[in-house]
Design a protein around this ligand. Sequence first.
Ligand SMILES: Cc1cc2nc3c(=O)[nH]c(=O)nc-3n(C[C@H](O)[C@H](O)[C@H](O)COP(=O)(O)OP(=O)(O)OC[C@H]3O[C@@H](n4cnc5c(N)ncnc54)[C@H](O)[C@@H]3O)c2cc1C
Ligand code: FES
Length: 255
Amino acid sequence: MRAVRLTIVERRAPAPEHVELMVDAKDLAGRLVPGQFLHVAAGGTLRRPLSVSRVEGARLGMLFRVVGAGTAWLAERDVGETVDVMGPLGQGYPPPPPGPLALVGGGVGIPPLFFYAQRWPDAALSVLLGARDHDSLIMVDDFRGLGLRPGLCTDDGSRGKRGRVTGLLRDWFLEHPDGSVMACGPAPMLHEVARLTAAAGRPAWLGFEQRMGCGVGACLACVVPGAPGGDRVWYRVCTDGPVFARETLYGEGRP
Ligand SMILES: Cc1cc2nc3c(=O)[nH]c(=O)nc-3n(C[C@H](O)[C@H](O)[C@H](O)COP(=O)(O)OP(=O)(O)OC[C@H]3O[C@@H](n4cnc5c(N)ncnc54)[C@H](O)[C@@H]3O)c2cc1C
Ligand code: FES
């Protein structure tokens, strides 16, 4: 896949240690499926995978937390500079299934779910967001701007309920036993979402954000095990994912 250079048209600082770069992407913006990612050149490092956080006309957003050299380099880019981007890559989330749908986001897993909510304004969405602390709970006002009322929680109780977002999901299933789930966040959160949705007998799609190398299926840095007895022993998160139907990785039973 060919890389393109996209011009930064806006730089936002939505929370401490978080930056959102809006880039002019008229050839890309209309082709994106929420959950797909961009592989972004990040100074002297390998490319770094980032989800699309939103699309506004011909512009798209990448909202990231500064955690190391690559994201620090990207955070220093400013309006008028260009970023070198490959994408869209990977498999995104499917359209909303019938019935209630919960978007369950943890930390930097929240941005692709905001793009999903933006793409599907007529879906029967509930939004459940969790993060380690107040400053890491991003995009809350963006969801509110879409007319949604996100359920919030933090590990330390500094915003919303104290606890994990999977606790909010457990409560949500009591009121929405016919619900489905689109989730994105750290692997332990996704494992728990898989367990809860399997126990409820309800569908779930899980977006993984672990480390990658090439981003295009060649290096196997990103493989995850498939469900025992399933079609494949290993799946590549970059090309088979990053979004997987739960049963692909966990099988039909309860994980
Ligand atoms: C499909 C996909 C979509 C992503 N979307 C986003 C997004 O929208 N916003 C965002 O902030 N991040 C996102 N990430 C994570 C992001 O790619 C990493 O945070 C980034 O690559 C870190 O690069 P770095 O050079 O700044 O840090 P590094 O110097 O590479 O690492 C710094 C520290 O962060 C840890 N780390 C690095 N990558 C990850 C990771 N993927 N998961 C957990 N810990 C990691 C390292 O172990 C190390 O401790 C996504 C990842 C994937 C695979
Ligand atoms: S990152 Fe290289 S195969 Fe997935």
